[in-house]
Design a protein around this ligand. Structure first.
Ligand code: V4E
Length: 220
C-alpha cells in the first residue's frame, strides 16, 4: 500500500529519533546500488569506520511487534528497540519515523513488561523468539553532513543507506529533499516505492508467511 501512496521518491525514507541524543532526528533512506555508484559516492571521502556486528531480531509468534513496525533486536549483546513515531498510519506515511530505545528499562517500559531477572529471560518467558540473525559488515563514510552506510550481510545481500541528522521535525522534509538531491547528483537508481533494507529482505527470503503478514498490515 505504501508504494502506491508514497510515490516514487520518498517511499522508504526513514526518520528515527536516537535516544542517545533525544533532540536529534535521523532521516535515512535505502537505495539500490549499481556498478560504479559506490565509487562515485565515496570519491574524495574518507572511510570513517569498518565494523562487523550481529543483530538478532525478536518477535512473538503472532508478530505482535513487527506488524506494528516495532523492531526489537539484540545488537552485539545489547537490546535495542525501534519504535515508530507515526503509529496508526503505517500505510499512509511518506516517511518512517522511529525512536530508538537503547536501555533495557526503556524497552521494557515501552513493551509494558515487568522485567524479572534480565530482559532477555523475561522476553523469552513471554514468548518473544528470534526470527532473524544477521551478521553485517558495515563501511561508514561521512560526506559533509551525510552519513553513508554500505552494508554487506551474511545471507548474500548488500544494503546502502544515506542518513542525515536534523534537530526539528519540521526539518525532515528538507532533509528528505537533500537526500534525494544527493541521489540524483550521483545518478543513483530511484525505484518506485521503497527499497527494502536487509531485515525486510531477510524476512521476504526466509519467511513468506511473516512477509505476507507484514504486507497485509501495510508495514512493507
Ligand atoms: C526500521 C526497520 C527495520 C529494522 C532495521 O532497521 P535498519 O535501519 O534497516 O537497520 P540498520 O542495521 O541499518 O540500523 P541502524 O544501524 O541504522 O540503527 S526492518 C524495517 N524497518 C522499516 C521499514 C519498513 N517497515 N518497510 C520497509 C519497506 N522498509 C523499512
Amino acid at each position: 500500500m505504501r508504494k502506491n501512496l508514497a510515490g516514487a521518491f520518498f517511499a522508504g525514507l526513514q526518520a528515527a529519533v536516537s535516544c542517545y541524543n533525544a533532540r536529534m532526528i535521523e532521516v535515512e533512506k535505502n537505495f539500490d546500488l549499481r556498478a560504479g555508484d559506490k565509487e562515485r559516492l565515496i570519491a574524495g571521502v574518507a572511510l570513517v569506520q569498518k565494523k562487523t556486528f550481529t543483530d538478532v531480531y525478536y518477535d512473538t509468534p503472532d508478530y505482535s511487534l513487527t506488524s506494528k513496525d516495532f523492531w526489537l533486536r539484540m545488537r552485539d549483546g545489547r537490546f535495542e528497540l525501534k519504535v515508530p513515531l507515526n503509529r496508526g498510519s503505517i500505510g499512509k506515511r511518506m516517511t518512517d519515523q522511529y525512536r530508538e530505545l537503547e536501555t533495557d528499562a526503556e524497552i521494557a517500559n515501552e513493551l509494558g513488561i515487568a522485567v524479572r531477572g534480565d530482559l532477555g529471560k523475561t522476553l523469552s518467558t513471554l514468548g518473544y523468539k528470534p526470527f532473524a540473525r544477521i551478521v553485517t559488515t558495515r563501511e561508514s563514510y561521512q560526506k559533509g553532513d551525510f552519513h553513508l552506510d554500505f552494508d554487506e550481510v551474511d545471507f548474500g545481500f548488500s544494503a546502502f543507506e544515506v542518513e542525515l541528522m536534523v534537530k526539528r521535525a519540521e526539518d525532515i522534509s528538507a532533509a528528505e529533499k537533500r537526500i534525494m538531491d544527493l541521489a540524483r547528483e550521483h545518478h543513483l537508481t530511484v525505484t518506485e516505492g521503497a527499497t527494502y533494507g536487509k531485515v525486510i529482505e531477510y524476512i521476504k527470503r526466509n519467511n513468506p508467511r511473516h512477509y505476507a503478514f507484514l504486507a497485509r498490515k501495510g508495514v512493507v
